[in-house]
Design a binder for this molecule. Structure first.
Ligand SMILES: [Zn+2]
Length: 237
């Protein structure tokens, strides 16, 4: 296999076998390559207006042209390690000569838990993730973060700021005023913002999803099937 491998020429079976060992320091994946891997593994579909392809109902009730489920990629440990390490390298490169490892890397429950572990492992710092509460929130309670210790937040995907807010709120509740690193890491940024809470978002790829009110949805008008519960939808090719 050439280094780094050309993911556009690879089968699904080969894609799930790629690992960080195929991407020595100085190499990375382009955003297009990241999205190609997601597409190939059924983790991403964007309906470009095709009536014969589905579209998706969001939790908010809006229609969307985009399906995205990072867990379908991150369940492959080689890919999770690859993406987490590339994010950690991106963080190091962004800090340049000012590089320092954060004291803590913190992710959210669920998919960001393993990804954030890989980032922490590469940076050589402590790690944990918040836990989901029955009402859909996030809670933190296993560790005390000291005032002089810094926190780097890591998410698998940023759609709205909701999970970032929940994680930061959970940390704040038990550890008032943690020192936050100037970046947030995300595998995919599907939000419209490039920074949040005065911290720049570093991502491996961006996805621009379109949403509509159901009565204004052009895909509904074309009789595209609307997937009502995308989270439990099996889109594995
Ligand atoms: Zn629709």
């Amino acid at each position: 296999m050439p280094y780094p491998p050309d993911v556009f020429k690879m089968t699904k079976e080969d894609l799930v076998d790629i690992s960080i060992h195929d991407f020595p320091p100085g190499t990375t994946l382009t955003p297009e390559q990241v999205l190609h891997i997601f597409n190939s593994l059924g983790a991403l579909h964007i309906n470009q207006g095709e009536p014969n392809a589905p579209h998706y109902r969001l939790t908010s009730g809006l229609c969307s042209d985009t399906y995205l489920d990072c867990s379908k990629v991150l369940c492959y440990t080689g890919l999770c390690t690859l993406f987490g390490t590339l994010l950690a390298r991106k963080y190091s490169a962004a800090l340049g000569n000012a590089f320092h490892a954060p004291a803590w890397v913190i992710g959210s429950d669920h998919s960001a838990a393993t990804l954030s572990f890989v980032v922490a492992n590469h940076l050589g710092c402590r790690h944990d993730f918040t836990q989901k509460t029955p009402d859909g929130g996030q809670t933190w309670g296993r560790h005390r973060i000291m005032p002089h210790e810094s926190v780097l937040q890591v998410e698998d995907v940023i759609s709205t700021a909701k999970t970032l807010e929940q994680v930061l709120g959970a940390i704040n509740q038990k550890n008032p005023s943690p020192r936050l690193e100037p970046f947030i890491l995300a595998l995919i940024n599907r939000s419209r913002f490039s920074e949040w809470d005065s911290r720049r978002i570093l991502c491996l790829a961006k996805v621009e999803a379109k949403t509509w009110l159901p009565d204004q949805c052009p895909l509904c008008k074309k009789d595209s099937t609307k997937i009502l519960d995308p989270k439990s939808w099996n889109n594995q090719p």
